[in-house]
Design a protein around this ligand. Structure first.
Ligand SMILES: C[S@@+](CC[C@H](N)C(=O)[O-])C[C@H]1O[C@@H](n2cnc3c(N)ncnc32)[C@H](O)[C@@H]1O
Ligand SMILES: *[C@@H]1O[C@H](CO)[C@@H](O)[C@H](O)[C@H]1NC(C)=O
Ligand SMILES: *[C@@H]1O[C@H](CO)[C@@H](O)[C@H](O)[C@H]1NC(C)=O
Ligand SMILES: *[C@@H]1O[C@H](CO)[C@@H](O)[C@H](O)[C@H]1NC(C)=O
Ligand SMILES: *[C@@H]1O[C@H](CO)[C@@H](O)[C@H](O)[C@H]1NC(C)=O
Ligand SMILES: *[C@@H]1O[C@H](CO)[C@@H](O)[C@H](O)[C@H]1NC(C)=O
Length: 750
């Protein structure tokens, strides 16, 4: 214990010093330090009111100044809580442990205080209440009422009224009987109310096991032993209790809509959380959620939430993971997983703690999709009766299919990397609620000066808790105008960075600029032939850089198995990729893939469909356009296994089978899973770096008929990316009923 104290006291001095440095008023700091660290608080056992009063009396006037830096996230919590409210008028709001009324004054920046029906500030400390009272009187806010009582005893003056919004900022950790506080809140709300908390916490991930399915915020939640012990003891001096049971109990009594684990280095990284919750049985919404989750498989989401209905489905063999998690939670009397409380239906439940996801290092690989969807649509002739499964990647191609005049009736995006789906969710949410100009700034320019604000106030209700956590953490880093922008994120940033370095090193920068300004193919060819090509395809340089496996993997995402499939050597392959593109289309005009690589952003005429005016309109303004999409964070096998058999008509699996070991069983397992979920006549479209990939034989052995849809020969291009040597379409020939497994059945027409 004494060793802990020797840790704490210097830390107190450092914190005080930090505050002195970062704070204009040294006197305020001195008072703060005296009250917090030196002055003895009421001895343990004295009642809470006098203890609080003795703590706050000397510092009521300086409270706001000293807490501005310490109590992080309050503004974010307030904005989030309001953006999740269903109603925008006549709101009844209670702020428990509201102290000096800082929150209410801040809220005025989000929603005018005068537009609320009633606001109640409840606090036990008379001196803080007095500050609050004076503050509201000075502002003339007669709809704000201050109640200087113990929060656990609070009743609304009119017993018929229910609160629409309840907030607790940094007060749950100070209220000794937090369980009676939370239970009291259950009595004050209705089924659409929003309940928001921001507070310090510490928690070990060991205590999360078994309840992970109920919370949205397991990511980055773990706090290591030293910080856990240190912060808990530190705050205990001030009667602030960081035990994890407070947050756990919240998540037990309420449904979790958003749960964010935060740190801010500027204050020694004290862990804090922001949590938005609701009635855990908010029935109507929940039914909608369950039904809307239903994809082709009725089992992906049970049609009814009651346990009777679940029991009646005993005979059903296939279960979704979300269904299984829900049953576990119901058995343990826990709320549903946070996915069920979201307002959008896109993201299908996944268990964020699955160790499979650790390999991705909290990051996506592809910030843009590196396959040409125009060819997919041509070759597959997609239409409204199609049910498509496609690898999500950055989501650009899925959105292109969804933006068609007659889009497929369902599109399943599948990606094992959760962050690819976080990026896709951001695109969907932006299309859902932002005007074209903002969508363009975010995904066309890759920069938006107000991104973080838009994220919290507009996009957040349309994002899952996990996706919001990801974008809160990374949004500023990726999208701030001072950075290189969104396309300098993910592993594909290396492709763009290396292109930039290459052209710089080879002295080609001005030639590239010239190339991007050309108006005709002839001019483009001339610049390419005369200036860029000779320098770029210089044999020494090629051997050192382009043929290097590290470069291939890092910059182009080509793993060893795939590199081995390349015929005729890597250099020839690169020449075959790029050379023909120069005569195919203008890079400046109709090749957004290479335009992005060369410039780091799109141009309005040269960009993926979803950020063209027309694509935006089809997705954002056409009813139901976005709701056809489902995002699965899982392997193709697992997703196929749990879809109703025989329902998919198209699977677009990109080049990903190139990654498999030819001697392994992964390819055959995946083909079998696809065979199960595909309808008769259903097609698998794939691309490969080989002209005749080894696994085509495996497809054929599993009852598929395979046709090469395009083969790239030296000097010709097959699409605007032209990075793959072949495109294939494999058609499923048989159905269970058809036993004739002879060769007599004719392949279906493509
Ligand atoms: C750290 S302050 C936070 C104040 C304010 N919410 C803010 O964010 O600036 C915690 C507040 O909780 C209040 N509090 C603690 N226990 C309480 C109780 N049982 N009933 C009402 N208020 C209480 C304290 O008086 C104090 O104002
Ligand atoms: C908790 O997190 C630590 C560090 O991130 C990790 O080493 C440990 O395996 C985790 N434990 C559990 C039970 O998840
Ligand atoms: C940390 O706090 C500082 C000062 O309040 C703020 O400018 C910064 O954006 C915060 N950082 C994060 C990651 O929230
Ligand atoms: C769902 O549950 C309600 C009662 O909770 C019941 O009336 C209804 O028939 C159920 N629907 C299905 C499809 O089981
Ligand atoms: C560019 O070079 C290729 C061969 O390297 C040649 O066939 C073509 O005519 C040249 N085009 C121009 C415009 O110089
Ligand atoms: C492919 O699926 C069908 C059912 O749609 C099944 O009859 C057939 O046996 C499967 N093929 C193989 C090779 O498993």
């Amino acid at each position: 214990m004494s060793s802990m104290l020797t840790l704490i006291l210097p830390a107190a001095a450092v914190l005080a010093l930090a505050l002195i440095i970062t704070n204009p008023s040294a006197k305020a700091v001195a008072q703060f330090a005296w009250n917090c660290f030196l002055k003895p608080i009421g001895h343990v056992g004295s009642d809470q009111k006098s203890a609080l009063e003795s703590f706050y009396k000397g510092q009521a006037k300086i409270y706001d100044t000293t807490r501005k830096k310490l109590l992080k996230g309050r503004h974010t919590m307030l904005s989030l809580s309001v953006s999740h409210l269903k109603k925008s008028k006549d709101i009844v709001w209670i702020d428990f442990g509201g102290g000096t009324g800082w929150n209410i004054e801040k809220m005025n920046e989000v929603v005018p205080i005068t537009s609320f029906k009633e606001i109640h500030l409840v606090d036990l400390s008379p001196s803080l209440c007095e500050v609050a009272q004076n503050r509201f009187a000075a502002r003339g806010w007669s709809n704000v009422h201050v109640h200087c009582i113990d929060a656990t005893t609070f009743q609304l003056p009119n017993k018929e009224t229910r609160a629409d919004l309840i907030t607790l900022s940094y007060s749950l950790s100070m209220i000794p009987s937090y369980y009676s506080m939370i239970d009291r809140i259950c009595q004050l709300v209705h089924s659409d109310s929003i309940f928001a908390v921001v507070d310090f916490y510490v928690q070990s991930n060991a205590t999360l096991n078994g309840k992970a399915t109920s919370v949205g915020g397991v990511l980055l939640r773990h706090v290591n032993w030293l910080s856990r012990t240190f912060w808990r003891l530190w705050f205990e001096f001030d009667r602030v209790y960081l035990d994890s049971s407070r947050r756990d109990y919240l998540e037990y009594r309420f449904g979790t809509i958003k749960s964010l684990n935060m740190r801010n280095k500027s204050l020694g990284g004290i862990p804090y959380y922001i949590w938005i919750g609701c009635d855990k049985d908010r029935s109507q919404d929940f039914m909608y959620r369950l039904n809307a989750l239903a994809t082709e498989s009725p089992y992906l989401a049970p049609s009814n939430a009651s346990s009777d209905a679940l029991a009646n489905q005993e005979q059903i063999q296939i279960r979704s993971k979300g269904y299984e998690a829900t049953v576990i939670n119901m058995e343990h009397n826990l709320p549903y997983p946070s996915f069920y409380y979201q307002s959008e239906v896109w993201r299908i439940y996944y268990d964020a703690e699955n160790p499979h996801y650790h390999q991705f290092n909290n990051q996506y690989i592809y910030a843009f999709t590196w396959e040409d969807p125009r060819e997919d649509i041509n070759l597959l002739n997609l239409g409204p009766s199609d049910v498509v499964l496609a690898i999500t990647s950055a989501g650009d191609n899925i959105l292109t299919y969804a933006a068609m005049e007659n889009p497929p009736k369902r599109i399943h995006g599948v990606d094992l990397n959760p962050h690819q789906n976080h990026l896709m969710e951001l695109k969907l949410a932006s299309l859902r609620c932002l005007p074209f100009e903002d969508v363009w700034k975010i995904f066309g320019d890759g920069k938006h000066e107000d991104f973080m604000k838009i994220l919290v106030t507009k996009l957040s209700p349309h994002l899952s808790s996990h996706a919001l956590q990801f974008w809160i953490k990374n949004g500023k880093k990726y999208l701030d105008p001072k950075t290189k922008g969104l396309y300098d994120s993910g592993s594909t940033r290396w492709a763009i960075r290396i292109a930039r370095w290459l052209f710089f090193a080879l002295g080609l920068e001005s030639d590239v600029k010239r190339l991007l300004k050309t108006q005709t193919i002839k001019e483009q060819l001339k610049v390419w032939n005369e200036s860029i090509r000779p320098a770029l395809f210089n044999p020494i340089f090629c051997k050192l850089i382009l043929g290097n496996p590290v470069f291939l993997w890092k910059a182009l995402g080509v793993p060893v198995n795939q590199a081995n499939m390349i015929e005729g050597g890597i250099l020839q392959y690169i020449v075959d990729t790029i050379d023909p593109l120069i005569s195919r289309s203008l890079i400046s005009d109709d090749n957004y893939f290479y335009h992005l690589c060369l410039t780091g952003s799109y141009s309005p005429k040269n960009c993926p469909d979803y950020i063209t005016k027309k694509g935006y309109f089809n997705l954002a303004k056409r009813k139901g356009a976005l709701d056809t999409i489902r995002l699965h964070t899982d392997t193709i096998n697992d997703v196929s296994d749990r879809l109703a058999p025989g329902t998919l008509t198209v699977a677009i699996i990109m080049d990903h089978m190139d990654w498999f070991e030819p001697t392994g069983t992964l390819a055959v397992e995946e083909i079998q899973a696809l065979n199960k979920s595909l309808a008769k006549g259903g097609r698998v479209m794939l691309r490969s770096s080989s002209k005749t990939p080894w696994y085509i034989k495996t497809f054929e052995s599993q009852g598929f008929s395979c046709k090469s849809a395009a083969t790239r020969f030296s000097g010709t291009s097959i699409d605007r990316v032209n990075m793959y040597a072949s495109t294939w379409i494999c058609t499923k020939l048989y159905n269970t009923a058809e036993k004739e497994r002879s060769g007599s059945i004719k392949p279906l027409e493509l």
